[in-house]
Ligand binder design. Structure first.
Ligand code: NAD
Ligand code: MG
Length: 418
């Protein structure tokens, strides 16, 4: 007997079960107007390459960067959006001076500016690609304004999955996952996988294993920032590159998957796949594995979100399976990469623990990049922060950001030489 017919609506096991938002994306009647947060970063640049490849489909209505004024000015001169945003008044002045004559966009400033940009009535799709917890408030502003959000900023879900879910339920906002693993699951399951979610036994996230996959555990003490930034398969910003080297990126992604699909941590596995061609898999209750394969190029996932539900042609390198020869899989090494286990434990412990995990990680990664903390000190700093946290209710964004700030201060203090 089939317990869950193909077209059955799942009966949610908890208020958080099922995909995080509806997928009710309005059919475009004109080119989709994009607002890009984190436009000058790795994901932002890739998103603009997708937009440039389909000028009939996309108009850029707003671009936000933080400090790279030269690149933002170049992007603005190309796409001519009416609204820009940067981190400070000084950067806004510097940006204005670099813009071409006759082009005078509004320049918004700081966190409030990013939030206003994310909620602009003129924007149809908001690309959320700021790195770290700084992406939360603009992402929440986009969700509160009922936008279609192409979400790269996984930290938003790590900090505030429930709040995003509740807010989207109220406003009709749609979250589409840019992160390649979650995008792969979304594609493999046919959209959110909502009708089929009860058929899913487990989700399997693939991990490249990072640059130190085969290193002896003892050798990791001597790892330098330059070594950690040299990722074997993906070109990414510095923070996520270090997260990939520690496997914290996969830990954050386990949390992201649970928050997106409303699943317990026991249903999300990780397998190391060094070629980064299989981007993740859903295992169904008949033993089937539904996977998404593709080149390790974020434009594939970004274009899928920007075009959704349409699939647009894309000029990315094609995977040649014969040249590749083999795809391999292995278990993650928890002894060498404790961050993955820390993330799983934090998720099981409660929502405030994932805020603590993320804040301690962001500080520890920054200290490592400045040469002030050894590579293995990242995991120890996070473990210390989690040990010191008893759990607390986080009813709103202010309480989340307050806990985030407290953990940052504490982690900085703890890292100071005695
Ligand atoms: P990046 O470091 O290359 O770019 C970060 C962007 O955020 C830049 O535009 C920067 O100006 C902006 N920014 C930084 N601090 C800011 C602040 N305080 N306020 C406003 N803007 C700020 O990072 P990235 O690799 O593009 O990653 C962006 C996000 O996407 C991260 O959450 C990351 O985990 C996620 N992601 C990235 C990739 C990838 O391939 N790069 C893949 C999956 C998910
Ligand atoms: Mg990823």
């Amino acid at each position: 007997m089939t317990q869950f017919p193909q077209n059955a609506t799942p009966s949610p096991a908890s208020p958080g079960a099922g995909y995080i938002t509806s997928l009710d994306v309005p059919a475009p009647t004109r080119p989709r107007r994009l607002a890009v947060l984190g436009a000058t970063g790795s994901i932002g640049v890739s998103a603009l390459r997708v937009a440039a490849e389909h000028p009939d489909k996309y108009a850029v209505t707003a671009l936000a960067g933080a400090t790279n004024v030269a690149l933002l000015a170049e992007q603005a001169a190309t796409f001519r959006p009416p609204v820009l945003a940067v981190l400070t008044d000084e950067r806004a002045d510097a940006l204005r001076k670099r813009l071409p004559a006759g082009y005078a966009p509004d320049i918004l400033v700081g966190p409030e500016g990013y939030a206003a940009l994310a909620a602009l009535p003129e924007a149809d799709v908001v690309v959320s690609a700021i790195v770290g917890a700084a992406g939360l408030l603009p992402t929440l502003a986009a969700v509160a304004a009922g936008k279609v959000v192409a979400l790269a900023n996984k930290e938003s879900l790590v900090l505030a999955g429930d709040l995003i879910r509740e807010t989207a339920r109220r406003t009709g906002a749609v979250i589409l996952p840019v992160d390649s693993e979650h995008n792969a699951l979304f594609q493999a399951m046919g959209g959110a996988g909502l009708p089929d979610l009860p058929l899913v036994e487990r989700l399997v996230l693939t991990a490249s294993g990072g640059p130190f996959r085969t290193r002896e555990t003892g050798e990791l003490a001597a790892v330098t920032p330059a070594m950690a930034l040299d990722h074997p398969t993906w070109a990414m910003g510095p923070k996520i590159s270090v997260d990939s080297a520690t496997l914290m990126n996969k830990g954050l992604e386990v949390i992201e998957a649970c928050r997106l699909y409303g699943l317990p941590v026991s249903m999300v596995d990780v397998v190391v796949h060094p070629q980064s061609i299989v981007h993740s898999l859903a295992q169904l209750h008949d033993g089937s594995l539904l996977a998404h394969l593709g080149p390790p190029d974020m434009r594939v996932a970004i274009a899928y979100c920007l075009g959704y539900p349409e699939r647009l042609p894309l000029a990315v390198p094609r995977v040649d399976l014969v040249t590749l020869g083999s795809l391999t899989f292995e278990a993650p090494r928890h002894d060498a990469f404790p961050c993955l286990g820390l993330a799983r434990d934090a998720l099981a412990a409660g929502a405030s623990h994932t805020v603590v995990l993320n804040a301690a990680n962001e500080v520890a990664v920054a200290l490592f990049l400045e040469g002030r903390l050894p590579f293995m000190g990242i995991a120890s700093a996070i473990a210390d922060a989690l040990d010191a946290h008893a759990g607390q209710a986080l009813p709103d964004a202010a309480s989340i950001m307050d806990l985030d700030a407290r953990v940052r201060r504490r982690t900085m203090e703890a890292a100071k030489p005695a």
